[in-house]
Ligand binder design. Sequence first.
Ligand SMILES: *Cc1c(COP(=O)(O)O)cnc(C)c1O
Length: 402
Amino acid sequence: MHPGAGRPYLAIPGPSVMPDRVLRAMHRPAPNIYAGEVVEMMPALVADLRAVARTRQHVAIYIGNGHAAWEAANTNLFSPGDRALSLITGRFGEGWAAGVEALGVAVDRIDFGRSAPVDPDRVEAALRADRDGAIRVVLLTHVDTATSVRNDVAAVRAAIDAAGHPALLAVDCIASLGCDDFRMDDWGVDVMVAASQKGLMTPPGLGFVWLSERALVRSADAARRTPYWDWRPRIAPTEFWQYFGGTAPTHHLYGLREALGMLLHEEGLDAALARHGLLARAVWAAVEAWGAGGSLRCNIAARAQRSHAVTALRIAPPDGDRLRAWCEREAGLTLGIGLGMATPGSPEAGGFFRIGHMGHLNAQMILGALATIEAGLIALDIPHGAGGAAAAARAIAHPDAP
Ligand SMILES: *Cc1c(COP(=O)(O)O)cnc(C)c1O
């Protein structure tokens, strides 16, 4: 018997589940890159990219992944000898800080641990202590995919303002965009980075940097900026190739156009965010029921601090590894590994896993995934409270419950 045969379900936090329509939109011969459809689609595509970030300001597109988007932001923002303040709530915050440091920037880190969000009071205190305003940029991860904590971006902006500090605010929304509410202009964000393969439901290969007018002006003197990474021609190209610093990512553009059309013009962004909120609550309901009779827990205790895109879980090791292996082998469900929570390969590392619930996902998929996890808990004799799948079903049945 092969119960895992059939359509597999990749429930890791990126790449996410992609609509077949997006894949079909990409399946076509190479288009002309000097005239015609791909050239003409750009103004509407750029408008949609602005809309998904809720900004009226600029966006630059890069062929690359999330790391490329980080690099793009970094090289445009910093010069050697600058200072930055990095707010760390998981592995991805550390990754961004390391990239900034590699440019010769002095990075002050505040680490809030692996199970807590940024405390804005500590940010305000750190900025008040920087009397001559040397910190150029505050780096924040909206959702750290490793811990699944969701940080309060507006509160960090308020902390910067309360300190009377001139620092720009740069936010990593690679995990959260399209899943967790984000408002670039309302929240006073200067730079935001994202990539195609998570909430934007498109294969890995595109990175994006949104930037405020203020960021554009302040970064005019960035000393390490090279022509390829320069965001200025990309946000205001006079020729088509300048959007991409070379040949366009033609097929990704078709895929992205389809995905943004579905997200913004068919479902609607607010509805998509509400869907992700509901699916996240179903996950949490199941985990909380299982946790009542065993060691399984959401890594983030408070619901209000959890992402709607991914849920990081803790369980007595090695049951995280056992459960992941069982779900994949016996049911075709691939769960995410723990990341940055323990030394890879150590016994403790088997006590963490993640459920990705970003992208093109609906209630039957998440209910199937949760019932599968429950089957794995039963099959492996892992202690757990009863009724997790039923609790998830109730969450879906009562979508307006908190
Ligand atoms: C996925 C992710 C990244 C890295 O993106 P890559 O495409 O893997 O380079 C960075 N930050 C966050 C928050 C992410 O979720």
